[in-house]
Ligand binder design. Structure first.
Ligand code: IMP
Length: 431
């Protein structure tokens, strides 16, 4: 098992950026396989903060990195992100970065539609709380077979034909939302202007991956968002528009399923979610406030406050199953320092019945009451602890109980945002 896929096991924001960055050291290549710039990864290296949304985290370390076909690419955002990261002293060239030629583009019409729809969603429960980046509308055009793809940027005639196709679908939609029709000449001009900045990076990414496999390289697949934002397995419709589970690492990059390798689930020691949707363990009290403040639970990308709650073992156990998680990286344990009592959700009471899984029905999800188990907290600091034996007994007990309840071992334990504050129990690259 030479390759590793890193996926969020909750609702995103589990601290994947740091773990991916840490694992990039051991990898030869890093691949993004779904989502877009709705993701926000913060990396702290030697005290320097890097904020990435679309670029694979490997670029910070100069590792060859791929934006796979499963990603929706906003070329203007990408160019801006490249410029920012280059200004921070990171070298990015076509030797480092590959953009899959068959990835679909996010166009300015997509965020406009995303935002207009959210604004128009006035019925109770109709708002999704999207990031407003156009992710959903771009994936709709992809499965509707009318998207403009990265490879189309090389051909003006193809762009013209595709823009016409988009107009016939989007203009009636836009009219219904009070938006002006698409201006085809302006859109074409925008695309022709950005094309030369993107095209040098464009390749058949599956071939780059295939060659890397043949050369025995270790590939790290970097997931975005989390299992319960998955369009199939998540708390639908309060989800993102891509598959976020580990299986997508194969389809979203062009490698066979056996190439995915070890699946590392990133798990936060408590639970957060951004946007609307059911959240059984949510806390609207001083403990929730503690988690939000100490955990600095604000979106990297959108600046939105994250909702916070107790650790939900039912949710993560389900995540272990649907992702095929081999081991987890447990993050932000130190945020729990100082809490007297800790609660872990071990079941949901729904209509008088206790379930050990999250049912698909939104109504059932929304009415689920958590069944908690209590554990003693700790007053000692776990921040920056670098060996397991230095963890206090109560923190250790909490970690062991999580492993037991979710049915997966802790492979890595992260005790601060710093790259080196990571305890390795098992090297994911060794399987
Ligand atoms: P979208 O992906 O912008 O369509 O948003 C759909 C849902 O996914 C909303 O609840 C967002 O808050 C959530 N979401 C999207 N990306 C992220 C992320 O990177 N972290 C956490 N939540 C996210």
């Amino acid at each position: 098992m030479a390759n590793v896929a890193v996926v969020g096991a909750q609702w995103g924001d589990e601290g994947k950026g740091k773990i991916v960055d840490w694992l990039s050291n051991r990898a030869d290549m890093v691949v993004r396989f779904q989502g877009g710039h709705n993701a926000g990864h913060t990396l702290v290296v030697d005290g320097k903060v890097y904020k990435l949304a679309l670029l694979p985290s490997g670029v910070v370390q100069g590792k060859p990195s791929i934006i796979g076909n499963g990603v929706v690419v906003d070329p203007w955002h990408l160019v801006g992100e490249i410029e920012k990261i280059v200004a921070q002293g990171v070298a990015i060239s076509p030797d480092i970065l590959t953009i899959a030629d068959n990835a679909c583009l996010i166009l300015p019409i997509h965020p406009a539609l995303d935002v207009a729809r959210e604004a128009a969603a006035s019925a109770p429960g109709a708002k999704i709380g999207t990031t407003g980046r156009g992710i959903g509308p771009a994936y709709e055009d992809k499965v509707g077979r009318r998207a403009i793809r990265v490879c189309d940027l090389a051909n003006e005639d193809d762009l013209k034909i595709k823009i016409e196709r988009l107009r016939s679908h989007h203009d009636p939609l836009r009219a219904g939302l009070g938006l002006e029709p698409i201006d085809p000449a302006a859109l074409l001009a925008q695309l022709l202007e950005i094309a030369p900045k993107i095209l040098p990076y464009v390749k058949p990414a599956w071939r780059v991956l295939d060659q890397a496999q043949k050369d025995g390289k270790r590939v790290l697949f970097e997931g975005a968002q989390g299992a319960f934002l998955d369009v199939d397995h998540g708390t639908y419709p309060y989800v993102t528009s891509s598959n976020t589970v580990a299986g997508q690492a194969a389809a979203g990059s062009g490698i066979g399923p056996r190439g995915v390798g070890y699946v590392l689930g990133i798990v936060k020691a408590y639970t957060t979610r951004v946007g609307e949707g059911p959240f059984a363990c949510e806390l609207n009290d001083e403990v929730g406030e503690h988690l939000a403040v100490v955990g600095r639970e604000v979106g990297v990308n959108t600046g939105r406050a994250r909702r916070c709650g107790w650790f939900d073992a039912v949710l993560v156990r389900q995540s272990v199953a649907i992702n095929g998680i081999d081991g987890i990286a447990l993050t932000k344990l130190d945020v729990l320092d100082g809490l007297k009592t800790l609660k872990i959700c071990v079941g949901y009471r729904i209509n008088g019945e206790v379930l050990d899984y999250l049912p698909s029905s939104l109504k059932a999800q929304a009415s689920a009451e958590p069944v908690f188990e209590e554990l003693e907290g700790w007053s000692e600091s776990t921040a920056g602890v670098r060996t397991f034996k230095d963890l206090n007994a109560h923190a250790l007990k909490y970690v062991r109980r999580i492993e037991e309840l979710i049915g997966a071992p802790v492979a890595l334990l992260s005790t601060s945002p710093e790259r080196d504050d990571t305890i390795l129990m098992r090297d994911p690259f060794q399987g």
